[in-house]
Design a protein around this ligand. Structure first.
Ligand SMILES: Cc1cc2nc3c(=O)[nH]c(=O)nc-3n(C[C@H](O)[C@H](O)[C@H](O)COP(=O)(O)OP(=O)(O)OC[C@H]3O[C@@H](n4cnc5c(N)ncnc54)[C@H](O)[C@@H]3O)c2cc1C
Length: 318
């Protein structure tokens, strides 16, 4: 690793869509997969904690900062084989991948229209929408961990709903370098029509202010989905209780702590409407969790990942 290109104490607020959080102890930008490998292997060899980020659309870094190295992944290589196999750097944008695939008549990623972020970030939380998720299309991935870079099968990731092994504390410091995906041929007109329809639905539901998308995972529960009033038949059939439905039922739409607010249009969005600190945003999340627990006896779990040092976190009273 070339330490001359590494900066110290850099604010990463602007590298997050929630526009909050403190400094990275060390900070670098990787533009090629060689850069990313060097940084990952260098940190792992020197015992430096490593946090790769893509577009920061699913994270909330602490106001007290993130220890170790934060590397912004701007790798962008993308190739298509004639048999529909795609090889992409983990820094390729999810939208870019959808568009490039659509232009070649390869379908499946229509659900990704409107999901910001990189392929790497998408895989970590098995990003999805409209009953599809990224893991369905993955055939292999290249990972650096324990100082080694190797290709592994998708089973390594232990995917489930908005979850993978890379959301857990171990293996610490693992970095997705590249991925291989397989998409199937589809008439481009149908790909674009579906993509546009999903985009239209998003625009009507999603608030325009700074956010990290849905803050909480939906609740999958046979019991709750059959007993709670007001769910659609589709939700009951799929045993899904939207987190936004529960938060709204607690009367929290528009509720604020400092500059953080629960979305008026969509209660599963925690918005930064007026220069909120990360502590204000997390305090509001804490309040929503407490209210849902008290009313429904259900613990909702964050989809957004808290990064860095939260050891001094004390929720601001609501
Ligand atoms: C308006 C809006 C709408 C959204 N809609 C959806 C939606 O419909 N469905 C959905 O699933 N999500 C949605 N999201 C959340 C988010 O966009 C996705 O989770 C996205 O895939 C995250 O990608 P990212 O590059 O921004 O990851 P980041 O937020 O930068 O990182 C997320 C996590 O992945 C880790 N990470 C990133 N890159 C790597 C890598 N190369 N190797 C190892 N770890 C890595 C980070 O350390 C962090 O823990 C939405 C967000 C917004 C703001």
């Amino acid at each position: 690793m070339n330490w001359e290109t590494v900066a110290r104490q850099v604010s990463i607020r602007t590298y997050t869509t929630l526009k909050a959080g403190g400094n990275a102890e060390f900070f670098a930008i990787a533009r090629t997969s060689d850069d990313l490998k060097r940084i990952a292997e260098g940190c792992q060899a020197n015992g430096i904690q490593l946090t790769p980020i893509g577009t920061g659309s699913n994270i909330l870094p602490s106001d007290h900062g993130v220890p170790g190295m934060v590397v912004v992944n701007l790798t962008s290589n993308l190739t298509f084989d004639t048999d529909g196999t795609i090889t992409a750097d983990a820094g390729v944008g999810f939208q870019e991948l959808y568009l490039q695939a659509a232009q070649r008549g390869l379908g499946g990623l229509e659900f990704a229209v409107g999901i910001p972020g990189t392929i790497g970030g998408a895989l970590v939380s098995n990003a999805g929408a409209y009953r599809s998720e990224i893991s369905e299309f993955l055939t292999k991935l290249e990972i650096t961990f324990d100082g080694k870079t190797q290709w592994v099968d998708p089973s390594w990731m232990q995917f489930s709903y908005r979850d993978s092994i890379l959301r857990k504390p171990e293996p610490a410091n693992a970095v997705i370098q590249r991925v291989m995906l397989h998409l199937n041929p589809r008439e481009p007109k149908h790909i674009y029509d579906d993509g546009r329809e999903y985009q239209r639905q998003r625009i009507s539901k999603q608030p325009p202010s700074a956010s990290a998308g849905s803050f909480f995972k939906n609740v999958i529960s046979e019991e709750l989905s059959q007993t709670i009033e007001g769910l659609t038949d589709g939700m009951r059939k799929n045993r899904v209780v939207p987190a936004g439905f529960l938060i709204e039922a607690c009367g929290l739409k528009g509720f604020r702590i400092g500059g953080a607010m629960i979305g008026e249009r969509h209660a599963n969005f925690i918005l930064n409407v007026a220069g909120a600190t990360a502590t204000e945003l997390r305090s509001l999340s804490h309040h929503a969790k407490q209210e849902v627990l008290a009313k429904f006896n259900v613990e909702i779990e964050e989809e957004v990942l808290y990064l860095g040092d939260w050891s001094k976190f004390e929720p601001i009273p609501a």
